[in-house]
Write a new protein. Structure first.
Length: 594
């Protein structure tokens, strides 16, 4: 308790302004700020749970109550520290600006922007979960400053941090101390905090929209599968992701293997006499290793056999007793999840280009180039794939998926007709695989099972301030530029001729988000999705609202691609079963030797 008090007392002497909000014997004080000539209050780095340090590492979050807050007045003037992570740098602001400035295990905090409320009218609440493959990034970066979004939507906007990577998603079979999905439980604790306290800030606890991008969007979907989250939100916005994608979760078997691999690397599996640690001894040992050591070892090749190749092996487990309280795959197949939520789902037009630019460039096999020190329009930053490059990329994917030659040729045939250029065909196949096909499948299942409003969108325009190579198009995350009001917050980034038009579009987008968060609908020009017709609204400029265009949310290539993926999933299941059988056979052989 002393540690906790000290952590939140060290800033008492700093200057602050803003209204006092009382929590038991403690007081929270924000800062009055002016945004676009309007006043609001900003609260930064507000804790919503006890720091998960020492004994509390890997434990479910301990919610704050009237007797467990901070000592005296807490000036909320510093952005919430990011949760510990390995920070990767490209020396390119388009990537590096999303990295955190400060990290700490005392990271279960949020940043909040509260506009002036209308008389006696409680404001809707928008809660944002950042992306980063469950392993990196933070809500505490400039592009997620929610002040303009709060002002334009007349909503309280909250951007929350939660545990990531090994510290957020380790799992030990049979352990009472490392039961998995801690990061999702953190988010749930955040929602409980809002439900209990947001009325103090003029918020409406019965009108909460959870909103996320990438793995943050998968988080939003995850809360639909948790009865523990159900009372705390009534709307959701999923931008480019869903928990039902097979790359968004792992089995308990894989998670346990990955966790034990890290444990072995940090000498937490055996006593000095050679006897093995019990699972509880492993857990206790891991709690005493520095977070830096754990994360460095977790970043090594610890991926279990049967897990899809990824640099980020720690992610939610698909079957637990703490968050999902069962198998998410079973719930999904049976349709037994929360469908009493107004839901908006969307994507960008060229989702996969972010991953192409960071993983497939400057390699003669693919002929896409990206030199961060050069301008986006520089000819050296071109992607001119030919047929051989396209086949190389498809073959790379087929190898990962254990596709046979016939399936590989089928894949080439499916996507040969998907776009005019080999570059765009490659973008299409990767976008389908990483995002679009499963998101459209989930949208279809949800729309067919709910009486609530469902809206779909595609953000199809390239932002004029996008500094990635031109071939990346409307890339992953570009929709957030308008949603968070960047044209208003940073007009200096735009050409004079673009500034007003971009602000107009951003205002339209934010107005739509605000209307959805308050009423569950958007605009008469944006058609609600019907179960028989997955119609997506196309954001392609300010004319989107004057002369709206729509398209089918399911890419035509996904129908055939999904058949191949079903074969892949069947093979993976069989592979895991064979591995389990072999392990049992090996155990029997060891017993006979004894």
């Amino acid at each position: 308790m002393l540690i906790f008090i000290l952590l939140f007392s060290i800033t008492k002497t700093l200057c602050y302004s803003g209204p006092n909000i009382t929590f038991g014997n403690s007081t929270l004080q924000g800062t009055n700020i002016t945004v676009l000539n309007d006043s609001m209050t900003e609260y930064l780095g507000v804790p919503y749970a006890r720091p998960p340090i020492a004994y509390y590492r890997f434990e479910p979050p301990i919610e704050l109550n009237d007797t467990l807050y901070w000592n005296g007045t807490y000036p909320a003037i510093h952005l919430a520290d990011a949760c510990p992570q390995i920070i990767r740098m490209m020396n390119f602001s388009g990537y590096d600006d999303a990295n955190p400035k400060n990290t700490s295990e005392s990271c279960l905090k949020f940043n909040m922007w509260v506009p002036k409320a209308n008389d006696d009218e409680k404001m809707p609440v928008i809660v944002f979960f950042h992306g980063g493959s469950w392993t990196v990034r933070t809500a505490s970066v400039d592009k997620f400053n929610g002040s303009v979004l709060a002002l334009k939507t007349k909503s309280i906007v909250i951007a929350a941090n939660f545990r990531l990577g090994f510290l957020g998603f380790a799992y030990l079979e049979g352990s009472s101390q490392i039961r998995g999905n801690m990061g999702l439980l953190d988010q749930q604790a955040m929602l409980k905090w809002i439900n209990k306290n947001i009325d103090k800030f003029g918020g409406d606890k019965t009108n909460v929209t959870i909103f996320g991008t990438s793995s943050g969007a998968s988080s939003v979907a995850a809360h639909l599968f948790s009865n523990g989250s159900k009372p705390y939100f009534n709307r959701g916005i999923m931008s480019s992701g869903t928990i039902t994608h097979f790359m968004s979760t792992v089995s308990t078997k894989i998670a346990d293997t990955n966790t034990r691999n890290v444990s072995r690397l940090v000498n937490c599996t055996q006593h000095t006499n050679g006897t093995n640690f019990t699972v509880e001894e492993i857990a206790t040992c891991l709690k005493n290793i520095t977070n830096v050591t754990l994360l460095l070892e977790a970043a090594r090749t610890v991926k279990a056999d049967g897990q899809f190749p990824t640099p980020f092996p720690f992610m939610p487990i698909d079957n637990d007793t703490v968050f999902f309280n069962g198998s998410i795959k079973k719930m999904y197949s049976e349709g037994s999840f929360n469908k009493e939520v107004d839901l908006m789902m969307g994507r960008t037009g060229d989702e996969a280009t972010f991953f192409m630019a960071t993983g497939f460039t400057n390699n003669s096999r693919y002929n896409c180039r990206f030199y961060p020190q050069k301008n986006a329009t520089d000819p050296d930053n071109a992607c001119n794939m030919n047929e051989t490059n396209f086949v190389n990329l498809v073959s790379f994917g087929s190898t990962i998926l254990h596709f046979n030659e016939t399936e590989n040729n089928t894949l080439i045939q499916i996507y040969n007709n998907s776009a005019a250029t080999y570059t765009n065909r490659s973008i299409r196949i990767l976008s389908d695989f990483i995002f679009d096909c499963e998101l459209s499948r989930f949208a279809n299942i949800y729309a067919n099972g709910t009486n609530k409003n469902v809206y779909l969108y595609e953000y199809a325009r390239r932002s004029p301030i996008n500094i990635w190579p031109n071939w990346t198009g409307a890339m992953h995350g570009d929709d957030l530029i308008d949603i968070f009001g960047i044209p208003f917050r940073h007009p200096e980034k735009y050409k004079i001729n673009d500034e007003k038009e971009e602000q107009k579009l951003s205002e339209q987008v934010m107005w739509t988000i605000g209307n959805f968060s308050k009423y569950g609908n958007t605009t008469s020009k944006w058609e609600k999705t019907k179960p028989s017709n997955l119609t997506a609204f196309i954001f392609n400029g300010t004319d989107s609202f004057n002369s709206p265009t729509n398209k089918n949310f399911t890419p035509p290539t996904c129908i055939e691609f999904s058949k191949l993926m079903q074969n892949y999933m069947t093979r993976i299941k069989k592979m895991i079963e064979e591995m389990k059988k072999k392990k049992e056979e090996d155990k029997e052989k060891e017993k006979k030797k004894e």
